[in-house]
Each structure stands twice: as structure tokens, then as C-alpha cells.
Design a protein around this ligand. Structure first.
Ligand code: ADP
Ligand code: MG
Length: 258
């Protein structure tokens, strides 16, 4: 089963105050199979974040198809979904997709435990006690059992990002999207977050990861996708992409980051 598939996704931002339209996604087609880890790499401005955001509707696409778990959810033309699915049907599928951002976005006035319980209780209507037990298990999994009652400001960036990962997992997603999850971290804190992501990958989570961590991509990814100027220029297994990229742009990019 493919967990995520997009066909010919297009997106243009219409500039304000006389700035021309900006075509940010140009026919982006990609498939992520169950339990696959796919890493998207590419220069800043390539459209990587817009692509991820379009998968869970933080961004509306102009045209193209989006499937989640083989189910066609969006078939858009001129910014309008031509499918007549109910809100519940769409939202149910979107709940299968968890996301972790570069900025951790934790609720500052809630404890770590409360951050993990909020969505399960309010969105999924899970009983408080059950949500609490689940949250504790997840904190154990990301190595933060001792921070249950701490507030985000009392944690390091790496710890906050691990809480953010646990918080996404609390909704029991079947696919996890990561948008440069370690880019905002001090270098010495990157490893602890990548380790949590690695263990998640080894546990069989389907993951789509935008990252500049080439070591992670090389070690963990099943497939590396190179995005440039709104399009996927090339994709393949990491050993191929890193040692023998077929495209000059890919080669230039890898030379600049490796
Ligand atoms: P990446 O994540 O690869 O750095 P982004 O998807 O963030 O790229 O951005 C792609 C392009 O779209 C950039 O030129 C960016 O400035 C532009 N862009 C992103 N979001 C918006 C927006 N809301 N309005 C207008 N332009 C945007
Ligand atoms: Mg980005």
C-alpha cells in the first residue's frame, strides 16, 4: 500500500503589491510506500516546506491529486477539490498524518504531559486517564520520562523537539512528516533528535523527512528526493544519489552541503 501519493501537484503564490506570481510547486509527483523513509533534500526556496504543508492541508494546492493510504482525497482544479467527500472523511484521513516542524510549536503554558494530552483528548475524544498513560509511555520512548511536569521553556531545544515528536505520535499517525526538524537546534543537540527519528524508522513508521542532515539521509532513507525550483529533479536510493547523481544540479547541491 502506498501511504502517500501525489500526482502533478501545482501551487502558485500570488505576490502582493505588484510582485508577480510565484510558481512554487510544478507538477510534483511522489509516492511513499508503507514503512518507507523518504528524505527530501534541496536548496532553500525549492518548495520543500510548501509541498509537505500541502499534504496535510496547511497549504491549499491549485491542482493535482493527493492520495492518503491509497484513498484519493483531493483532485484539485483551479484550487477547488472536485471530489465530493464529507469533511469527516477527509479529516479522518488527515489525522493519519502527523507533522513535526523546525520550530517546535509547543504550547508554552502547558506542561510536557499536557502538551501530549491536548489533541488526543480534544480532537480524538480519548479519556483523560488513557491519554495520560499513553503520553507517559511516549515520553519514555523519547527519553523524557523525567520531564513530564516541566514547561517547554525549561527544556533544551533538543528536548523540546523530542516532546514535539511525542506529541505528534500521541495522535497515533500512520505517516509522519518532518520539516527540517533539527535545523533550529544547536549542533550538539541534533543527534538526540535524529536518534529518536531513527528508532521511529526502525519501528516501521512511514516517514517523509525534509532535512539537510545528509548522514541521516544516507543511513536511514530508503529513497532520497532532490527538489529544485518547485520540481523533483531526481530521486533514488541514497547510495546512488550520493555517489552518482545523474543531474548536475543535484551534484552541485550535494557538493555544497557534504
Ligand atoms: P523550502 O522549504 O524548500 O525552503 P518553501 O516551500 O518554504 O521552500 O518556499 C518556496 C518558495 O515559496 C519561496 O520562494 C518562498 O519565499 C515562497 N513562499 C512560501 N510561502 C509563501 C507564502 N505564504 N506566500 C508567498 N510566497 C511564499
Ligand atoms: Mg522549508
Amino acid at each position: 500500500m502506498s501511504m502517500i501519493e501525489t500526482i502533478d501537484i501545482c501551487k502558485t503564490f500570488h505576490g502582493k503589491q505588484g510582485r508577480g506570481p510565484l510558481e512554487v510547486l510544478k507538477n510534483v509527483s511522489l509516492k511513499v510506500e508503507q514503512k518507507e523513509v523518504v528524505c527530501i533534500v534541496g536548496p532553500s526556496g525549492a518548495g520543500k516546506s510548501t509541498y509537505l504543508r500541502s499534504l496535510n492541508r496547511l497549504e491549499q494546492i491549485d491542482s493535482g491529486k493527493i492520495f492518503i493510504e491509497d484513498k484519493l482525497l483531493f483532485d484539485c482544479k483551479d484550487g477547488v477539490n472536485t471530489l465530493k467527500l464529507s469533511k469527516d472523511e477527509v479529516n479522518g484521513s488527515l489525522l493519519e498524518v502527523g507533522m513535526v516542524f523546525q520550530s517546535f510549536n509547543l504550547f508554552p503554558h502547558k506542561t510536557v504531559l499536557e502538551n501530549l494530552m491536548l489533541a488526543p483528548v480534544h480532537v480524538k475524544k480519548i479519556r483523560g486517564e488513557e491519554a495520560r498513560e499513553k503520553a507517559k509511555r511516549l515520553l519514555l520512548r523519547v527519553g523524557l520520562s523525567d520531564k513530564t511536569d516541566a514547561y517547554p521553556s525549561q527544556l533544551s531545544g533538543g528536548q523540546q523537539q523530542r516532546v514535539a515528536i511525542a506529541r505528534a505520535l500521541a495522535m497515533e499517525p500512520r505517516i509522519m512528516l518532518f520539516d527540517e526538524p533539527t535545523s533550529a537546534l544547536d549542533p550538539e543537540l541534533v543527534g538526540e533528535v535524529l536518534n529518536v527519528m531513527k528508532s521511529l524508522a526502525h519501528a516501521g513508521m512511514t516517514m517523509l523527512v525534509v532535512t539537510h542532515e545528509m548522514g541521516f539521509a544516507r543511513e536511514v532513507a530508503d529513497k532520497v528526493v532532490f527538489m529544485y525550483d518547485g520540481a523533483i529533479l531526481e530521486s533514488g536510493p541514497p547510495e546512488e544519489m550520493f555517489t552518482n547523481p545523474g543531474n548536475d544540479r543535484t551534484r552541485q547541491f550535494l557538493q555544497s552541503v557534504l
